[in-house]
Design a protein around this ligand. Sequence first.
Ligand SMILES: Nc1ncnc2c1ncn2[C@@H]1O[C@H](COP(=O)(O)OP(=O)(O)OP(=O)(O)O)[C@@H](O)[C@H]1O
Ligand code: SF4
Ligand SMILES: [Mg+2]
Length: 329
Amino acid sequence: MANGDPLLEVTDLIKHFPIKSGVVIDREVARVRAVDGVSFTLREGETLGLVGESGCGKSTLCRAILQLTTPTSGSVRFAGQELVGRSRRDLRAMRRQMQMIFQDPFASLNPRKRVGQIIGDPLELHGLARGGELKRRVQDLLDRVGLQAEHYNRFPHEFSGGQRQRIGIARALALRPKLIVADEPVSALDVSVQAQIINLLEDVQEEFGLSYLFVAHDLGVVRHVSDRIAVMYLGKIVENSGADELYDKPIHPYTNALLSAVPIPDPRQNAARERLVLEGDVPSPIDPPSGCRFHTRCPWSTDVCTSDEPPLLDHRPEHLAACHHPRNV
Ligand SMILES: Nc1ncnc2c1ncn2[C@@H]1O[C@H](COP(=O)(O)OP(=O)(O)OP(=O)(O)O)[C@@H](O)[C@H]1O
Ligand code: SF4
Ligand SMILES: [Mg+2]
């Protein structure tokens, strides 16, 4: 387990998308509350898994952290420096230290550029290498992510999904960042390839001194890579805990439901586990339910759940959850 200094401190981060209507004057008629008050800390060298169903705001949160979309409000501190409200120029310099890996390795690589250029561009853009030195560094990166030197002159379409994700990882590593935000990096890949890519990310973590924010939509994928896991529901974090404890003693019913979908190899543990199958769809983030946002799908919901929003509290050391009727405590 890593236990370094805080690298990324996110406080009350909000990103709403206004929905406008009107022909002459644009009038805001509603807003999509994609990220609605998220706080967490990621320590140096640590991997934080971020999990939640489709549409709960994971990608928007990643983009708001990296300032690829301007947050509505809140604070993001990276290595002690505030990112929200910084000029584009400041951000450009700071982005060297924060890179992103995307879900779709097909869409995220420019199809007209050769692999060598895709990986080398960031180095050249930041004035870190040129000419022969640039080529050598790109070839080192290709080698590090399990590709060959002869791949340098090929185009992305000549590669499989897993290989393309390796190219994406090499591009992210080129600037030697401190933080990599990986937004569902293996969701589009075959299961056998998923393990290879996850192993690669783990291998380079120590070597490059990386911290990861690792997004997935199910708990199966993040278990082995994460030191901590944050569970997100409709724009909010509902539970945040050390990875093992989250699997052994989940506090929030939503976490319980996500875990019910993940098979456990030990049959005794499997039988002892409280099962909760999720029914219904995720409500709209335009008009989220009152009180606890999960109350429309929660079997333990009571009156207080529909009226009062449960705060995210420490129920055990370093184990936070937002629920009026916590489990396993
Ligand atoms: N630019 C935008 N304008 C309006 N609404 C948006 C915009 N981007 C995202 N949303 C909405 O914000 C909500 C959260 O979307 P987001 O893509 O962050 O979810 P996600 O958790 O990453 O989902 P997935 O698992 O499918 O990738 C969704 O309701 C989505 O429709
Ligand atoms: S606060 Fe109530 S509705 Fe929400 S998760 Fe807890 S028990 Fe369920
Ligand atoms: Mg997403």
